[in-house]
Design a binder for this molecule. Structure first.
Ligand SMILES: C[S@@+](CC[C@H](N)C(=O)[O-])C[C@H]1O[C@@H](n2cnc3c(N)ncnc32)[C@H](O)[C@@H]1O
Length: 263
């Protein structure tokens, strides 16, 4: 029996309509991931949090409602389904969740946030920065981490949740699946050791790093409930089926910005 609150999902279980959750989130884990991360980060009511790559902001609203944080949700893109700016969806979701007073939305991304240095006590990012790795390479990913470090207060906590691959080579039969399409998983996904090194290089101290024990369950939920996955069973669901948990995983890194940077 599990006895840690993060894997019991007491708060995420209050939102059981997974088709809705996955229509408003983008990536594995939905609100279960948000709860797991929030507990690992030690979120506290009244704290300021920036959600980097918030998409439609459902996780942001969940963190504001269930943990009482004051959140700024950043997202630079338009929605691929209806073409509306993501920030418009964030505003709508904040209203629907009754957290308009605690969730702000800003059309911006890392590294060009233009936010003041040391603005937040927490930074949170799920299933977003790996796309920067594919678009901008390792240097772009490092610049994104550097910006998150800059906008956090000294002592502030960064929670990073990312689709990652296990520390093994891509199985030959899986390669055609993970190298196909725009933002292929092979281009986007890194491993935990590499990611920890990059977070450390950005100036953070690592508090905790793990391959989530529930990664397979989160990906399975994604395959069954994400609208794009449901519409294309030969896409991501086929990749996950062929993989059967050999390569694809989900990594979590919790890190702190030190109070005093080394000279
Ligand atoms: C796959 S979605 C995940 C969103 C959300 N965290 C979730 O789990 O539901 C990734 C988001 O990252 C955003 N994004 C793209 N480039 C970005 C950047 N440079 N900085 C921040 N977010 C970015 C995209 O607009 C997209 O909404």
């Amino acid at each position: 029996m599990r006895n840690d609150s993060s894997s019991a999902h007491r708060r995420a279980d209050a939102y059981p309509d997974l088709d809705h959750v996955y229509a408003q989130c983008s990536g594995p884990g939905g609100l279960r991931l948000a709860e797991h991360m929030a507990d690992a980060m030690g979120l506290r009511a009244g704290a300021t949090l920036v959600d980097v790559g918030a998409n439609r902001g459902l996780q942001t609203c969940f963190l504001a409602k269930e943990y009482g944080v004051n959140a700024l949700a950043l997202d630079p893109w338009d929605d691929r389904e209806d073409g509306r700016p993501m920030v418009d969806h964030i505003v709508d979701n904040a209203r629907a969740w009754g957290v308009s007073d605690r969730v702000l939305a800003l059309r911006a991304g890392v590294p060009d946030t233009r936010l003041a240095t040391g603005s937040f006590s927490f930074a949170y990012s799920t299933t977003a920065l790996e796309m920067i790795r594919a678009m901008e390479g390792g240097a772009g990913y490092q610049a994104a981490l550097g910006e998150i470090h800059r906008i956090l207060q000294p002592g502030g906590v960064f929670g990073l949740g990312e689709p990652m691959h296990r520390e093994v080579a891509i199985p030959d039969d899986l390669r055609p699946y993970v190298t196909r399409g725009e933002f292929s998983w092979a281009e986007c996904f890194s491993d935990l050791t590499t990611t920890v090194a990059q977070v450390t290089a950005a100036g953070f101290e690592i508090v905790h790093a793990e391959y989530a024990a529930e990664a397979t369950a989160w990906w399975d939920e994604f395959a069954r409930h994400d609208p794009f996955a449901k519409a294309d069973p030969d896409g991501d669901p086929a990749t996950l089926r062929v993989d059967a948990g050999r390569w694809t995983s989900f990594g979590i890194v919790i890190a702190r910005k030190p109070h005093a940077s080394p000279a």
